[in-house]
Design a binder for this molecule. Sequence first.
Ligand SMILES: [Zn+2]
Length: 155
Amino acid sequence: MKSSTFRIVPLSTDVAEGARRLAKTGEPDHVIVVADSPSGYPCRHCLRWAKPGERVILFPYASIPPGHPYSETGPIFVHADPCERYAATGEYPADFRSGRVFRAYDTDYNMIDAEVANESDPEAVIEKLLQNPKTAFVDARSVTRGCFTFRIQRA
Ligand SMILES: [Zn+2]
């Protein structure tokens, strides 16, 4: 088996734990929601869809930090109860093979390319974007709602 050329970077455990703390204190921008469909609530920490009935926290996350033309803060979910951070970082997360767009950024956080992947080939799109030497990282987002899902770096 060939080793992958990329590394999946899930949301950090620090950010997930911080969101859980703020949700408990009733911060108005950290809302607890009960998942009511099997593919509507992607957890950015374990990189799985929350199952119907599971509680998730909806909160704003700055995937591209402030101070840049492409700065972006948007809504994401994490499980409200502790979950295990996605660990198979050499493998594309099975739950998110469809419905993702991949955006390539340079070291200054400028978006330099973007491509929608078919279910069969997200790895090929990622490898193609990483072949550009100017690409510093690639962000996977929802193709329909635009929300940040996870980051990809070179292995
Ligand atoms: Zn989770």
